[in-house]
Design a protein around this ligand. Structure first.
Ligand code: C2O
Ligand code: CU
Ligand code: CU
Length: 562
């Protein structure tokens, strides 16, 4: 195990450009005679996408059927469990479950979705720019036994998108019980990067779906939200990665790409890769909507539900036998606190009182304190073993188990992100708050009929998303468009610390986004270009990606008028 060499591992990012020169200076590390044995804390080998089966890569081509249904799929090895899965059957008895869908930019998707669930359902392609008929709007949810036909092309840049159900009131439950998958789009910049760094999906380019779950003694999923959980979000007791509990990943002394997706219902993470207790440097290369202009060094990043971030981890200077831990560090969850002075609306305090008492009794300051100390498990009243948001949790162990020659450098330029010409001055305000246990957007909750936000097709708008001072962090998501984050205002200290520019943005705010974290008391300005090629009016949605908030109605229709 590692106890040293912070100096060396801490500087791996800086070595990224050294390539062959550096390598030729090296004395080969001795290869250990004993084979690798996992440690007791991370006994299970990480599930990575293979050619088929659970989590396998499915290259989209001809028309296919994707069914939502219950299936037997062990989560804890050796303990068969019932999971809801998206299933695709291919030729020669091949079956994919929750496949990593892959498509070239401009490619077509022709698919029949069969809902084999008791509840209504519909598939939403999170981050893809499609018309409202293909967007998985809850209005189009179909009953059990019924089908929905999709037909669209994907104009998006290469990025790590994802897909999940979107029926009103049931999204949280269906995602929690299994339904979610990656949707990877590739383009020329992406292929160039894969070539430059010798990246291969499933081997050295690893999608990591993070979500927290509760499992019973038989290894079955537990989903039994109380009223409190329904108000604040359902939390799990442990973080699964690609449905692997306590996972480890065996790596070689080279560079890896991890595509991180927070698919949790409600849990946010402050991700770091630890050498012992020391966060090592990694490089952020992409956010929700794909590659950044250039790689950005980082040691800590917040990732809220719905968001993706892609990182490069350089293990060239590591030795066989070294181990790192992907972890979520302790942070202040800022649930129902007073925000910075001057950010609170006049009567908000009064309105939020009843909710604070009844619905949020479980989110006390004691938990935040525990988080600060980085305790492994802070006990919540009546709910042992469910760590609150912000409590430090280990996620995955990375073992360096083999030595390889690797002589590649991260390209100086990854892609081109054209800035949307806009500034934070004249903005449409989107206000997030709550009243009597119900979270709202601009004082409203969702109905199928109402279209409270209407925008002219082709307009470039700036939105200022303001979170109430006494609130929770909300991951704010928009369907149908990728946007750019312009500025963070009134950010809490823990967010400010991660700022990489004068506008207060963190590396995870750069590039194109479809989901952005907004802390209590904070305002986030985003620029959205509402141009698209679709004919006629389109109705999308905006919502909080805390799935319990969304299900409860923290979601509004967004109408684009042609
Ligand atoms: Cu992943 Cu409507 O969202
Ligand atoms: Cu979405
Ligand atoms: Cu929310």
């Amino acid at each position: 195990m590692t106890t040293r060499r912070n100096v060396i591992l801490g500087s791996v990012g800086a070595a990224a450009g050294l390539g062959a020169w550096w390598y030729s200076q090296r004395t080969p590390a001795p290869v250990p005679s004993t084979p690798f044995k996992p440690t007791a804390d991370f006994p299970n080998r990480l599930r990575v996408p293979g050619a088929e089966g659970f989590f396998g890569v499915y290259d989209i081509g001809q028309h296919f059927t994707i069914s939502a249904k219950a299936a037997q799929q062990a989560i804890v090895p050796g303990k068969p469990a019932t999971l809801l899965v998206y299933e695709i059957e291919g030729e020669g008895n091949k079956v994919w479950r929750n496949p990593v869908l892959r498509l070239k930019k401009g490619g077509a998707v022709k698919a029949k979705h069969w809902n084999g669930l008791p509840d209504t359902s519909i598939i939403h392609w999170h981050g893809l720019v499609v018309d409202s008929n293909n967007d998985g709007h809850p209005h189009y949810a179909v009953k059990g036994g019924e089908t929905y036909e999709y037909q669209f092309t994907v104009p998006n840049r290469a990025a790590t998108y994802w897909y999940h159900p979107h029926p009103h009131h049931f999204t949280g439950k269906q995602v929690y019980l299994g339904l979610a998958g990656f949707f990877i789009v590739e383009d020329d910049d992406e292929i160039a990067l894969q070539k430059a760094l010798d990246l291969k999906l499933g081997e050295t380019d690893i999608p990591l779906m993070l979500h927290d779950r509760r499992l019973d003694a038989q290894g079955q999923l537990v989903f039994n939200p109380t009223d409190e959980d329904k108000a604040d979000g359902f939390l799990g007791e442990q973080v699964l990665v690609n449905w692997t509990p306590k996972p480890h990943f065996e790596a070689a002394t080279r560079l890896y790409r991890f595509r991180l997706l927070n698919a949790s219902n409600a849990r946010m993470y402050k991700l770091a890769i630890l050498n012992g207790k020391e966060p090592v440097e990694f490089q952020v290369i992409a956010s929700d909507g794909g590659l950044l202009n250039t790689a950005q060094k980082a040691r800590e990043i917040f990732l809220s539900p719905g968001e993706r971030v892609e990182v490069l981890l350089d293990l060239r200077l590591a030795k066989v036998g070294d181990a790192l831990t992907l972890a979520s560090l302790g942070f202040d969850p800022m649930e129902h606190e007073e925000g910075p002075p001057g950010t609170e609306k006049k009567d908000e305090k009064k309105e939020s009182k009843p909710a604070d008492k009844s619905a949020h009794a479980m989110h006390g300051k004691a938990d935040a304190k525990a988080a600060d100390k980085g305790d492994k498990k802070a006990e919540t009243k009546g709910k042992p073993d469910i760590p609150e948001i912000g409590v430090a949790m280990d996620v995955m162990r990375i073992h360096v188990t083999s030595k390889v020659a690797y002589d590649r450098a991260v390209p100086a330029k990854l892609s081109t992100v054209m800035p949307t010409p806009a500034n934070c001055g004249t903005a449409r305000t989107i206000y997030l708050d709550h009243e009597k246990m119900v979270w709202r957007i601009n004082g409203q909750t969702y109905t199928h009929e109402a279209t409270p936000i209407t925008v002219k097709k082709g307009a470039v708008e700036v939105w200022e998303i303001k979170n109430a001072a006494a609130s929770m962090p909300h991951p704010f998501h928009i369907h149908g468009f990728q946007y750019q984050v312009l500025e963070r205002k009134g950010s809490p200290e823990q967010q400010k610390k991660l700022a990489v520019n004068a506008q207060g943005l963190a590396v995870t705010d750069l590039g194109w986004k479809d989901t952005v974290l907004v802390w209590p008391g904070e305002s986030v300005c985003i620029a959205i270009d509402f141009s698209h090629d679709f004919y006629g009016n389109q109705v999308y949605m905006i919502h909080c990606h805390n799935l319990e908030h969304e299900d409860q109605g923290m979601m509004l229709n967004l109408k684009i008028e042609a």
